[in-house]
Every structure is written in C-alpha cells, then in structure tokens.
Design a protein around this ligand. Structure first.
Ligand code: GLU
Length: 505
C-alpha cells in the first residue's frame, strides 16, 4: 500500500517548493491507489505561526489537492498534528535511552558555545557534539549516576541525544539519487528530545513515518543529510524493515538559475513564490492565485519543475499527470523557477477553457472594477480576449475598453496615421456602420472593406484610425468583432467622439 505524507512545519506560509512536494506526494498516491496524508510537524513551538496550518490546507485545496487523512479530515493513524502525539515520542525516547542508543545531555547553550570556541582554538576542524568530545561534556555518559540523577531531578536543560557510534557506514537508496552513503563520523549526536520535553523533528518524523505506515518519503534535498540520522534511528528502534523509500527532490532555484529560490525572491523579482496571498502584517506576500494563475496551470507548471514525462508533451491534465508521473524521472539537478514558463502554461489553460467558464471566473474581478456586464457579453468578451492574455487580471487591464469608452488614445499612432483629407471618409464609415442591419463582425468587416476598396483608399490609412477611435489603442482583438460586441450605437458614438479628438491633435 502506497502511503505518502506531506509534513510541513507551520512556521510561516507554505512556500511554492512545498506545494510541489505535496503535488508529487499526491500524484504518486493517486497513481498507486494509495493514500495522501497531511501531517503537521508543529513540535517547534518557538517558530509556530498562527494561521500557517490553515494556509497549507487552503493552498492545497486551491490546487485541487485534498489529503485523504490529516487534521480536520481524520483517518486511522491520527492525531495528525505532532503536538498531539507527545506521549508516543516519549515512549520511544525512553526505549532508546534504556537500550543505550541515546543519552541525557545537560549542557547549557553557553557550555556548548564554549566547547566550540575551545575546539576551534585547538584547530579542530569540526566542532560537532560526537564521540570525539562527548566525554568532555555534561551528559549521562560522562557523569556519575548520582550526578545524572541530580540533573534529572533539577530538570533544567535536560535534553536527549542520539549516541552515534563511529565507524559505521549508513547507506540507503534514494529513488532520485540512487545509492547515498554517509559515514557515522560525519554525523553529530543529534538532539532527539529538547529541554521542553518535546521531540525534535528527527525523532518525531521517524516515529510518525513508522506509525503512519509511510511507504515513501518525498521531500526537498535539504533533508538528505538528516536521512542518515533517520536511518540510524530506524535501526536503533528495531524498525529496519520499515524504512520507507526515500526520494529527495531538487531545490527550486531563482529565475536567474543560481541559488535557492527564497521567500523574499517574490518581492525581489516581482512574481509570486507562494500559492496564495499571505498577510504578514508589515507586508503581503503575493500568491500565484491572486496573480492570476489558474490552479490547473499551476499544477502542470509545478509538476514540471524537476520532473518531465520523457516526451515532448508539456500540457498534461491532472489525470495525465497521475498516469505518467514517476519518481524515477525526477531530476537530480535544481529546477529553475521560471515564471515566464508558468505564464505560458497559464495561457494554454486559459485558451482551452470555454468562454462561459472564463466569464464565470473573471466575473468577480469585473464586478470589483465596477462593471456589470451580462454573462453573455462577458462570454463573448472572453472569446475575443482569451488568446491575448497570460494572467487572469489581464482580461481587464488589456480589455478595459470593452467596459468603458477610452479616455486616452494612442496619440502617437493617431497623429501619424490621421490625414485630414480622410476625415469625410471616416464620417462616411460611421454612417455606413450605423446603417447596417446585421451588426455582426463579419458584416461590418465586409461593409468597411468594400467602402475602402470602392473609394480607392488604403487599409493602412483607415483601419488603424478606426481601431484607435473605438478602443483607444492599437492592441486588441479583431476590430470588427470588437465593434460587433460593443454594439452599433456605442461604436458610432466612439467613432464620432474619437474623430473629434484625433482631428484636433
Ligand atoms: N517538517 C519538515 C519540513 O518542514 C518535513 C520534512 C520531511 O518531509 O521529512 O519540511
């Protein structure tokens, strides 16, 4: 049974890289008929941020990812918040202590600092808390039984550390990186239980992955070295046969290609690196959703950041992603977060949507801007505009002239193209347009073109001006279709008002 978990720590808004991890979890679970579990790793009370858990749930929901088990959802392996599972961790910490795989340590942070300074002065390259120095420190391996008991009774600074034995090779297979090997001398005696009595990430993570019967651990490559500690914990707990399969996925890199994509990079580069807006008080981090990326485009885009199906196909629906996804095809090297590619995906998904669906999607935005078009008008508007936008808000910013008359005109082009001797022809065209019974784009086009030809005018002298007077700009969809949608009297009024303006430039 494939059981995968997404295990965010609620220490702030979920970064886009986290959403990609969750997506890979989800795709694998769906493909294998398994379960996708959300587990909240909230043992670090100091870094706990209110609202971060809900943000994870909302963000995943926005992209259409619903966990099968998790906080507020339920499941047979709960509770799904680590803060509610303390007793379980304590039990196993005790087992490790009893069996000699772990020991108490009482060093204060000042003492730890002093040790590092001392080692540095002695020219020791690594100042890890490990077998080489553990007997110089204050712990249950170096102190007498009585002294240890005294410290325990005082209950100050009581931590528990893993006892790592030098000379061991820890090797495991990672689906993305194949064989990974660490030597135990490279590892420090990690704290597994803090002075607060709460477990650290390592302890809680291993205990939960075992208890929740997790089959695959998919996470960012920054966790690769922790995995060595985790493997040792599995061994020490007697769970060697339950070690999940690991897949450490590549980092997301800055758009420039170098360096890890950071949470501040959104503001720096002017695009979102979060799934949804996050209000951090002094600033709001922008989300892909609010930026105008469709959830299905986000899914496709994120899936391809570090993975590809091995064919030329780039547009894959959720169903196709589920079918084709494989951890074996995840790249080892970092994936550049290229928002331009994201926009390209978005454009493809916008184009493939029906006009009616798009109209429904942008209706709230249009209302907010103060316009009240009919659904039919908005659908036709979407039909004309959809090939011209990459982000949803661009429907409005690029197509505002459909909702209100232009207040500014492209003066530069107008000046260049407008010739006084053509003025009467523009008025004639206005008249002609007003007289049409069938005000379809096709019919307007036929009439105008016929007028231009029979009066031996050039298209270049007439059409740009016609476009500018009606829309204010040279950019936009087919001008005759635009006129048709605006309607006869609105078009005529715009021609007249625009001509008056342009003739005075
Ligand atoms: N709580 C860890 C995080 O915040 C989970 C890492 C893992 O998946 O093991 O990323």
């Amino acid at each position: 049974m494939v059981r995968v978990r997404f295990a965010p720590s609620p220490t702030g808004p979920l970064h886009i890289g986290g959403v990609r991890t969750a997506l890979y979890d989800y795709l694998l679970a769906k493909q294998q008929g398994g379960k996708f579990i959300l587990r909240i790793e909230d043992t670090d009370q100091k870094r706990y941020v209110e609202g971060a858990e809900q943000y994870v749930i909302d963000s995943l929901r926005w992209m259409g990812i619903e966990p099968d088990e998790g906080p507020g959802i339920g499941g047979d392996y709960g509770p799904y918040r680590q803060s509610e599972r303390s007793e379980l961790y304590q039990k196993y910490v005790q087992q490790l202590l009893d069996q000699g795989h772990a020991y108490y340590a009482f060093d204060t942070s000042e003492e730890l600092d002093a040790m590092r300074t001392r080692k540095e002065a002695e020219g020791v390259v690594s100042q890890k808390y490990d077998a080489s120095i553990r007997l110089e420190m204050k712990n249950s391996l170096s102190l007498s039984k009585e002294k240890v008991q005294q410290y325990l009774d005082k209950n100050e600074n009581v931590t528990v550390r893993m006892k790592i034995t030098p000379g061991e090779v820890i090797s495991f297979r990672d689906i993305v990186r194949d064989k990974v090997e660490f030597r135990s001398e490279e590892l420090d005696d990690k704290i597994i239980m803090k002075a607060s009595g709460l477990p650290t990430y390592h302890m809680a993570n291993v205990v939960d992955d075992k208890h929740m019967e997790i089959s695959h651990v998919i996470r960012g490559e920054e966790w690769l070295s922790s995995t060595a500690h985790h493997v040792l914990l599995y061994r020490a707990l007697g769970w060697e046969d339950h070690i999940p399969q690991f897949a450490h996925i590549p980092l997301l890199l800055k758009p420039v290609g170098k360096g890890k994509l950071g949470k501040r990079d959104g503001a720096k580069f002017g695009f979102p690196v979060f799934p949804k807006n996050w209000d951090a008080g002094e600033e709001v981090y922008e989300g892909l959703a609010e930026y105008g990326i469709l959830p299905e485009a986000a899914m496709n885009f994120l899936a391809f950041l570090g993975w590809n199906p091995g064919t030329d196909q780039e547009i894959l629906s959720e169903a196709e992603l589920v079918k084709q996804f494989s951890l074996e095809r995840v790249n080892k090297s970092g994936a550049r977060f290229d928002i331009e590619k994201g926009k390209w995906y978005n454009q493809q998904y916008i184009i493939s949507k029906s006009d009616e669906d798009l109209a429904e999607l942008i209706m709230p935005m249009v209302h907010k801007a103060g316009y009240e078009p009919s659904p039919e008008f908005l659908s036709s508007f979407c039909r004309l505009m959809k090939e011209r936008v990459e982000l949803l808000p661009e429907f409005l910013s690029h197509g505002r002239f459909f909702f209100e008359r232009p207040t500014v005109y492209d003066d530069k082009t107008a000046k260049k193209k407008y010739k006084t001797e053509n003025h009467e022809h523009f008025l004639a065209i206005q008249n002609l347009v007003e007289g049409l019974d069938d005000f379809s784009g096709e019919n307007i086009q036929a009439a105008v073109k016929e007028y231009i030809q029979s009066n031996e005018l050039s298209f270049g002298a007439i059409l740009p001006i016609l476009r500018i007077v009606v829309t204010g700009t040279m950019q936009g969809p087919d001008i005759f279709e635009t006129m048709a949608l605006l309607g006869k009297s609105e078009t005529a009024d715009r021609i007249s008002a625009g001509l008056t303006y342009i003739s005075q430039l």
